[in-house]
Design a protein around this ligand. Structure first.
Ligand code: NAD
Length: 297
C-alpha cells in the first residue's frame, strides 16, 4: 500500500508508456517468424485463423482431408501458406504433417488441432448409434490427441511451443448438440488440461477455444438437413439469431482473433485454459416463468 501510494504517479507513467507500446501489438508481426500447423484449415474457422496468423507474420501449413480445396486455400493465402493432405484419423498422416512443417520451415511453434465433425442426433440416448459415436470420437478426440502427441514430440526438445484445440460451447453445457459431438468436445477440454499439466514442464502452453455456433460448411450441411428447401442466407440467419449477445453475431474472425491471442506472447502465462467465445450464451438460461394458470397443483 505504501508502495502504491508513494509511487502511483510513477506506476501511472509506466502504465501509460507500457500500454501505448503494447497497443502496437495490433500491427502485423505478433507472430513474426512463427511456424503454425492448422488442421482443418481448408475452410471455416481454420482458414480464417490461417489468414489471421499470416497477417501477423506467421508461416502456416494447412493440413486437411480435402486436397483440392486445401490447395486452393493455400494458393489464395499466398507464399506464407502451404498445404499437406492429412486425415487426422491416421496417426501417420498427423505425424507426417508435423514433420513436413518442420522440414519446410525448420521448426514448429504452433499446433492448432482444429478439425471436428458433427454426429447424428438420436431421438433418445437409447437409440445412440455406437458406430456413429466411434466415428465422431475418432476424428474429434483421437485426431486431436494425435496432434498433441506429435506436436509435443517436436516441441519438447526445443522446450517451447503452443498447442491450441477447437472445443465448443457444446463441451461447456449439455443438450446443445448431438450427444457424440457434445461428449467429444467435453473430451477436448479434458485433453487440453491433461496435456497442459505435463507440457508446462517444457515451457509448452496448451489451450482451447469454445466457439458459439457459426454458419460454416459442416454446420450449414446440418441446417440443410434440418430445414430442407430453406435458402442458405435464411439458415445462416437462424444460427445468428440463436446467439445471446445483442447487436452482433459470432463469426469465424472472432475465433481467429481468440486463437491469435492464445498463441501470441500476450498469452505467455495462459495454459490449460478454455476460452469460451459465445457472447455470454453459456452464462445464462433465459428463464420463462409459467403464468399461475399454467401451474397445476
Ligand atoms: P468446416 O466444415 O468449415 O471446417 C472443418 C474442416 O475440417 C474442413 O476443411 C474439413 O475438410 C476438415 N476435416 C474434416 N474431417 C477431417 C479429417 N478427418 N482430417 C482432416 N481434416 C478434416 O467447419 P468449422 O466450423 O470451421 O469447424 C472447425 C472446428 O470448429 C471443428 O472442430 C468444430 O467442431 C468446431 N466448432 C465449430 C462451430 C461452428 O458453429 N462452426 C462451433 C463450435 C466449434
Amino acid at each position: 500500500c505504501i508502495f502504491m501510494s508513494r509511487d502511483l504517479s510513477i506506476l501511472k507513467d509506466f502504465g501509460v508508456k507500457y500500454f501505448s507500446k503494447r497497443s502496437l501489438s495490433n500491427h502485423p508481426g505478433r507472430l513474426e517468424d512463427k511456424v503454425a500447423l492448422i488442421t482443418g484449415a481448408a475452410s471455416g474457422i481454420g482458414k480464417a485463423t490461417a489468414i489471421e496468423f499470416i497477417n501477423n507474420g506467421a508461416k502456416v501449413v494447412i493440413a486437411d482431408i480435402q486436397d483440392k480445396l486445401g490447395h486452393e486455400t493455400a494458393t489464395e493465402l499466398g507464399p506464407n501458406a502451404s498445404f499437406i493432405s492429412c486425415n487426422v484419423t491416421k496417426e501417420s498422416d498427423v505425424s507426417e504433417a508435423i514433420d513436413y512443417a518442420v522440414s519446410r520451415h525448420g521448426h514448429l511453434d504452433i499446433m492448432y488441432n482444429n478439425v471436428g465433425i458433427s454426429g447424428h442426433t438420436p431421438p433418445s440416448i437409447v437409440d445412440l448409434n455406437l458406430e456413429d459415436f466411434d466415428r465422431v470420437m475418432n476424428i474429434n478426440v483421437r485426431g486431436v490427441i494425435a496432434g498433441i502427441k506429435h506436436a509435443s514430440r517436436v516441441m519438447i526438445p526445443r522446450r517451447s511451443g503452443c498447442i491450441l484445440c477447437t472445443a465448443s460451447v457444446t463441451g461447456v453445457m449439455g443438450g446443445l448438440a448431438p450427444p457424440a459431438y457434445s461428449i467429444s468436445k467435453f473430451a477436448v477440454v479434458g485433453m487440453v488440461k491433461s496435456a497442459a499439466a505435463e507440457l508446462c514442464n517444457y515451457g509448452i502452453r496448451v489451450n482451447c477455444i469454445s466457439p458459439f455456433a457459426i454458419p460454416t460448411a459442416f454446420v450449414m450441411d446440418e441446417m440443410v438437413m434440418m430445414y430442407p428447401g430453406v435458402d442458405a442466407s435464411k439458415l445462416a440467419g437462424i444460427i445468428h439469431k440463436s446467439g445471446a449477445l445483442e447487436g452482433t453475431n459470432c463469426d469465424v474472425q472472432d475465433i481467429a482473433k481468440a486463437a491469435l491471442y492464445l498463441v501470441s506472447d500476450e498469452a505467455k502465462y495462459v495454459s490449460g485454459h478454455n476460452l469460451v467465445v459465445d457472447g455470454g450464451f453459456t452464462s445464462f438460461k433465459n428463464l420463462t416463468m409459467p403464468t399461475p394458470d399454467q401451474v397445476v397443483n
